[in-house]
Design a protein around this ligand. Structure first.
Ligand code: CDP
Length: 310
């Protein structure tokens, strides 16, 4: 079987150089395709029920419900008096959302001047508590309606919230009154920091609302993409958000998705718009994900912004 695999490889990812060339060939041309949008929303609704399931709510996770962690083998937590009161009643978003901007953290955003474009969206989703200081405003905008926070950020940047919570609460202020979306029930060590983040915000009457990502939703989205050739151990945060947006929004534009070290002008591009710290090599499969997103761009299902904004 192994030999057959080598003689007829089932799937080979194009080289980075070929992907860049393909993107250049396509250029800025893009045509919205309503049938494609409706089709994808239907597929995502069938597999993953984003409207009902994206967050842990009192409605989908009543007392006694067993939440199975999506990033662990056989680990669960039963909803009880301690956790139930922390959940929102039901999906709090006013649906459908109209124009959504999903902002990845790719270095391609640097000098893109996409800030105004992003801020014009009705709903802006960002990944991993990104910096929004004035140095970046022109390129990434200021508005946020939903931002993800990985528990590991809480651990690394804010001493796991075991000491002062002030730095955390203060640094959340740039996200205004948005939703903070945390995968509290994905990995065992992530639960306590997520619950502490909830209390840090609640106890200071913060304008942010905590939403815990529903592990059932995360697992089903992972399977959805696995069936489409994304072979990562875990999807990147950005692809989760794009999937969510395709399920909830009438129109989706993605910015800052470019996992390549060279830009369309053949100049080096940093990994993030704010630093050049690379991810663990085999954890995500961002180029593989990019190819999928680019297919959706070509079919008019979502729009990818990979160059400068007009
Ligand atoms: O934590 P993770 O590695 O998933 O994400 P990140 O580095 O904070 O970036 C947020 C998202 O932007 C990623 O999950 C990717 O989907 C996307 N990204 C990209 O496409 N190209 C890059 N060079 C960096 C990030």
């Amino acid at each position: 079987v192994l030999c057959w695999f080598y003689i007829f490889p089932v799937y080979r990812l194009p080289r980075d150089k070929d992907i860049v060339e393909e993107v250049l060939r396509q250029g800025e041309a893009w045509q919205k395709n309503q049938t494609g949008i409706d089709h994808y929303r239907k597929l995502l609704t069938e597999c993953c029920e984003p409207r009902k399931m994206f967050a842990v709510t009192k409605e989908n996770s009543p007392m006694g419900k067993v939440l199975w962690y999506d990033g662990e083998f056989y680990h669960s937590r039963t909803v009880n008096n301690e956790t139930y009161p922390l959940f929102v009643q039901e999906n709090p978003l006013q649906l459908p959302l109209k124009k959504c901007a999903v902002v990845g953290n790719g270095g391609i955003l640097r000098n893109s001047k996409c800030g105004r474009d992003i801020d014009q969206a009705d709903f802006v989703l960002r990944c991993n508590l990104p910096p929004l200081s004035k140095d970046y405003v022109e390129d990434v905008g200021t508005k946020t309606h939903m931002v993800t926070a990985n528990p590991s950020i809480v651990e690394k940047r804010f001493q796991n919230l075991l000491w002062s919570r002030k730095a955390f609460v203060d640094s959340m202020k740039v996200y205004g009154s948005s939703y903070i979306y945390m995968p509290a029930f994905s990995m065992k060590p992530g639960t306590d920091p997520s619950l502490r983040a909830y209390y840090a915000l609640a106890d200071t009457s913060s304008n942010l609302t905590m939403l815990f990502a529903n592990p059932e939703f995360l697992r089903s989205v992972g399977q959805f993409w696995k069936g489409r050739g994304v072979h990562a151990k875990r999807l990147s945060t950005g692809l989760f958000l794009v999937s969510l947006a395709l399920g909830l929004c009438e129109e989706v534009t993605a910015y800052g998705f470019w996992p390549f070290s060279v830009g369309l002008d053949e100049q080096p591009v940093s990994h993030h718009y704010y630093d050049n710290i690379l991810p663990y090599k085999w954890f995500h499969a961002m180029p593989e994900e990019f190819v999928q997103l680019w297919q959706l761009h070509k079919s008019g299902t979502l729009r990818m912004r990979v160059g400068c904004c007009p």
